[in-house]
Design a protein around this ligand. Structure first.
Ligand SMILES: [Zn+2]
Length: 239
């Protein structure tokens, strides 16, 4: 092999190596870019932002119904059968289902004994309570006053909202109702439900202690009410 030919070959080899290094560099750069893009998926641009819930969307959850605040049905109010022939506002069914499933998983036997009531049904309940008092020998005036401590006047019962339920046990021997009440008082807020008439708040709510009566207010409000120990009237007046 002549020296001249060897030099020519050597130059060709060098330019081949230069091209190979150049191609390799481009490949490495492309791989790096792909890796950076992939890593970026773990940190989306909207990372850390809270979902926006408009006031209007959740106002129905916090409707206040008591002796001073009558109920008037608004758009979106549509009672549907949940269990045991009892109706509730269709919007609370998913949360209610989850709560009942969790309660049953813990070995309890919750049962809805009363939920949505029409104003006519509320009238019948109040009248029956007055009759019961009269039969027990209470004067007519006192009978009405006492009955109103147990059952609200039509238009003023939370049961008319479809957001309130009386929950007991379906089998008192196997599972006493007090165990169902205790479970609901402890876990209800996780599903958006509160014990509506606590024992220590009868002066504010105007209703006797009802360990079976639970009211849907949405998860955020329920957890705030439970942790601060207020009742719905106090919670709403402090907002
Ligand atoms: Zn009730």
């Amino acid at each position: 092999m002549s020296v001249r030919y060897a030099k020519k070959n050597d130059r060709r080899m060098r330019s081949l190596i230069t091209i190979a290094v150049f191609v390799l560099l481009i490949v490495v750069l492309l791989i790096c870019q792909l890796c950076l893009k992939g890593g970026g998926d773990d940190f989306p641009e909207d990372f850390g932002e809270e979902p926006v819930v408009s006031e209007e969307d959740s106002s129905w959850q916090l409707v206040l119904v008591n002796r001073d605040h009558p109920f008037s049905p608004q758009t979106g109010f549509s009672p549907v059968v949940f269990e045991n022939g009892q109706k509730v506002d269709s919007r609370i069914v998913p949360a209610l289902k989850k709560m009942f499933e969790a309660c049953r998983r813990d070995g309890l036997l919750p049962c809805v004994t009363s939920a949505y009531r029409s104003p006519e049904q509320q009238r019948q309940i109040l009248d029956a309570k007055v009759e019961e008092m009269l039969a027990a020998g209470v004067s007519e005036k006192d009978a009405v006053t006492e009955a109103l401590g147990w059952a609200a006047e039509p238009g003023h019962s939370e049961h008319e909202t479809g957001l309130a339920l009386d929950i007991n046990s379906s089998n008192e021997k196997k599972c006493p109702s007090r165990r169902v009440y205790a479970w609901l008082a402890e876990h209800g807020a996780e599903y958006g439900f509160i014990l509506r008439y606590p024992e220590e708040k009868t002066a504010v709510t105007g209703v006797e202690y009802e360990p079976w009566h639970f009211r849907y207010v949405g998860r955020k409000a329920a957890e705030e009410i439970r942790s601060s120990g207020v009742c719905l009237e106090e919670y709403l007046s402090g907002r």
